[in-house]
Write a protein of this length. Structure first.
Length: 559
C-alpha cells in the first residue's frame, strides 16, 4: 500500500508539472547563432603581435601583466596593469607591441597589507582608475595594497603632478571590485566601493574646483544600490549616467536575481538639507534596462557586461551594451541598444515603491509625486535649488522608476550562445564611412566581427576569430578589454596576462584584394558609376570571384 504522504507528494508534483508544461511549450526559444562568413583559426591568429608585460632574469621570465584597463588618447594606447602603466605608440606597434614609456608605481603599504589581506595577491598596486583629466593630465588611482591612492601625471612625460591623495570613494581597495569614473564639469564622478569589505557601494562626486559639494548615494540602502557591478559611466547634456548590474530589490520571487540598471544624476545637484540627504544626491534616479528576445514569453538577458560610450544611431544619441543571462540559467548573450532620450523619458514617468505592510512593489500614483519633481535638475544659472523636507523624504525612499527602458526596436541587435564580455563599435566603416561594425569579445577568447544595420535591425557575422592561445597568454581566456585603432585598422584585445593586436581584416590572403580593382579609392569611383556592371570585373575564374566577394564582405571594403 502506498504511503499517504508519499502519494500526496506525487500528486502535488504532477499538478505542478501540469501547470508548468504550457509555460515550457510557449517559452521563446533562444535565436539561432549567426553563421560566420569567415573563421580565423588559432594557427592563423597566433602570429599576431602581443605584449605580456615586463621581463626579468635575463629576459627569461615574465613579471605578469594583470591587465586592469586601457584607453586610447590620440595615437597612444595607455595600458593599466599591476604596478605599472604602459604607453604604446600605435604608429609603431604594427608588427611588435613595445611600450614607448613605462610608469612603475609600486605599493608603499606592503607590511600593513600582509597583516590585513586574506590573499597575498592583493598586496600590489592594481591600477583601477585611468582617466583623462584634461588635455595635459592623466588621473590615475591604484589599490596600493589595500590602501587606495590617486595621482595626476602629465600625458606627455608621465611625470607626477602635485601630491598624491587618499583614494577612498574614488578607487576600490581590492582588485576584484568594480570601478568606473569620468571627469565632467571639473568634477570626478566615480562608481565603486568605499570600504575594504566591498559592502559600501557608492556613486560619488568629488575633486571639484567650484562651490558644488561632495555628494554620494545613501549609505547601505538596498533601494539605492544593492551589490552593484559598475560597468560604465557617460556624460551627456546636464547629466551623468552610470550603467551597472545589481541584485534586484524589487524581485519578489525565489532566489537572487540580477537586473541591469541605468542611474542618472544632475551635474549641478547641490545635495539635500542638514536634516535630510545631507551630502547626498537629490537627483539620483535609476531604471531597469530591458534587453530581451520578444515572443510568447520574453527571454530576458539581465546582466550587463560591457557598454559603449555615446554613439549616434539614426541621428539620435545612444549606447550599445552586451548583456548575458543569469549565472544559473541557460547561457546566452545579446547586444542591445538604448536611446538616451528613451532613458530620459522613463525618468519622467512613474516611480515604484514598496509598502511597509508587505513586500509587494507598486506604482506610485502621479498625484503623490511631489514638486519639484525628483530627478529633475535646477535650471541653468539659477540660484540654489532648494527641496522642501517632504520632497527630500520622497527622494530618499523612491530612487527606482516603475517602467523599464526598452531597447532600440524592442529587441536585440545581435544574439549569441557564446558568453560575450566586451564590445567596441566602429560607426564609420565602409567605403563611405556610414556603416557600423561591432566587435565582440567572449569568455572563451574569441572576437566576433559583425556588420549591423540599425535601420533594418539586421546583422551579418563577418568573422569568428580565435585570438587567445596559451603560448602568448598563460592565464584565463576571458576577453577583458577591446580598444579600436581605426587609423591603423587594428583591434587591441586584452586578456589578464597579455594584449594582442588583431588586424581588422585579412584581405592579404586573397590576391585580388591587393589589385587595383579592389582598392578602396577605386571602389568609391565604381560606386559613383551607375553604368559599371559586375562583368567589368573580369575575374580570372569562378574561384577568384568567390575570393573577391568573400574578401570584400569580411573586410567591409576599406578595412
Amino acid at each position: 500500500m502506498i504511503d499517504r504522504a508519499l502519494w500526496d507528494s506525487v500528486v502535488m508534483a504532477m499538478v505542478s508539472l501540469a501547470w508548468l508544461l504550457p509555460a515550457i511549450a510557449a517559452a521563446t526559444p533562444f535565436p539561432i547563432d549567426l553563421q560566420p562568413i569567415s573563421v580565423e583559426h588559432l594557427e592563423d591568429s597566433q602570429q599576431y603581435p602581443s605584449f605580456q608585460g615586463l621581463v626579468f632574469n635575463n629576459d627569461s621570465e615574465r613579471l605578469g601583466l594583470d591587465y586592469q584597463r586601457m584607453i586610447r588618447i590620440q595615437h597612444m594606447l595607455y595600458i593599466a596593469a599591476r604596478d605599472h602603466i604602459y604607453v604604446v605608440n600605435l604608429t609603431t606597434a604594427v608588427h611588435k607591441i613595445i611600450p614607448q614609456q613605462i610608469l612603475t608605481w609600486r605599493s608603499s603599504n606592503l607590511e600593513m597589507c600582509a597583516i590585513r589581506a586574506r590573499n597575498s595577491d592583493e598586496c600590489y598596486n592594481y591600477i583601477k582608475v585611468l582617466v583623462r583629466r584634461d588635455n595635459e593630465t592623466l588621473f590615475v588611482c591604484g589599490t596600493n595594497a589595500l590602501k587606495p591612492v590617486c595621482r595626476n601625471y602629465r600625458l606627455s612625460s608621465l611625470e607626477q603632478v602635485g601630491q598624491e591623495r587618499w583614494g577612498q570613494g574614488l578607487c576600490p581597495f581590492q582588485s576584484g571590485h568594480s570601478s568606473v569614473g569620468l571627469f565632467a564639469g571639473g568634477h570626478f564622478y566615480s562608481a565603486t566601493v568605499a570600504d575594504f569589505q566591498g559592502s559600501d557601494a557608492l556613486i560619488y562626486r568629488s575633486l571639484g574646483t567650484d562651490e558644488l559639494p561632495l555628494l554620494r548615494t545613501v549609505r547601505h540602502d538596498p533601494k539605492w544600490l544593492r551589490e552593484p557591478e559598475f560597468v560604465h559611466a557617460v556624460e551627456y547634456g546636464q547629466y551623468v549616467y552610470v550603467f551597472f548590474s545589481e541584485t534586484a530589490v524589487e524581485h519578489t520571487g525565489a532566489g537572487r536575481v540580477v537586473y541591469s540598471r541605468v542611474a542618472r544624476v544632475c551635474k549641478n545637484d547641490e545635495g539635500g538639507s542638514r536634516r535630510l540627504l545631507h551630502g547626498q544626491w537629490t537627483s539620483f534616479v535609476k531604471a531597469r534596462l530591458d534587453c530581451s528576445v520578444p515572443g510568447d514569453t520574453f527571454f530576458y538577458l539581465d546582466v550587463l557586461q560591457s557598454l559603449t560610450s555615446v554613439l549616434q544611431i539614426n541621428q539620435r544619441p545612444a549606447v550599445l551594451g552586451v548583456f548575458t543571462t543569469q549565472n544559473n540559467s541557460i547561457p546566452g548573450s545579446a547586444v542591445c541598444g538604448f536611446y538616451l532620450d528613451d532613458i530620459d523619458q522613463v525618468f519622467k514617468g512613474k516611480f515604484k515603491e514598496q509598502k511597509k505592510s508587505d513586500a509587494v512593489w507598486t506604482t506610485v500614483p502621479e498625484e503623490h509625486v511631489p514638486k519639484p519633481r525628483p530627478g529633475s535638475c535646477a535650471p541653468e544659472g539659477s540660484a540654489y535649488f532648494h527641496h522642501p523636507d517632504f520632497v527630500l523624504s520622497f527622494i530618499e525612499k523612491h530612487p527606482l522608476m516603475d517602467e523599464t527602458v526598452s531597447s532600440i526596436n524592442s529587441q536585440p541587435l545581435i544574439t549569441s550562445r557564446y558568453k560575450l564580455t566586451q564590445i567596441v563599435v566602429d560607426t564609420a566603416a565602409g567605403p563611405h564611412q556610414n556603416s557600423s561594425v561591432v566587435f565582440l569579445g567572449s569568455e572563451d577568447g574569441r572576437v566576433l566581427k559583425i556588420l549591423i544595420s540599425l535601420r533594418e535591425n539586421s546583422s551579418r557575422l563577418l568573422e569568428d576569430i580565435s585570438v587567445f592561445n596559451h603560448t602568448q597568454c598563460p592565464g584565463e581566456r576571458r576577453v577583458l578589454g577591446l580598444e579600436l585603432d581605426q587609423e591603423r585598422h587594428a583591434l587591441f584585445v586584452a586578456f589578464s596576462s597579455c594584449i594582442i593586436r588583431v588586424p581588422l581584416s585579412r584581405c592579404a590572403r586573397h590576391s585580388s584584394c591587393r589589385s587595383s580593382s579592389l582598392d578602396p579609392e577605386h571602389l568609391r569611383r565604381d560606386d559613383a558609376d551607375p553604368q559599371r556592371t559586375s562583368d567589368d570585373a573580369d575575374p580570372e575564374s569562378t574561384t577568384e570571384l568567390t575570393n573577391i566577394a568573400k574578401c570584400v564582405t569580411e573586410s567591409y571594403i576599406n578595412y
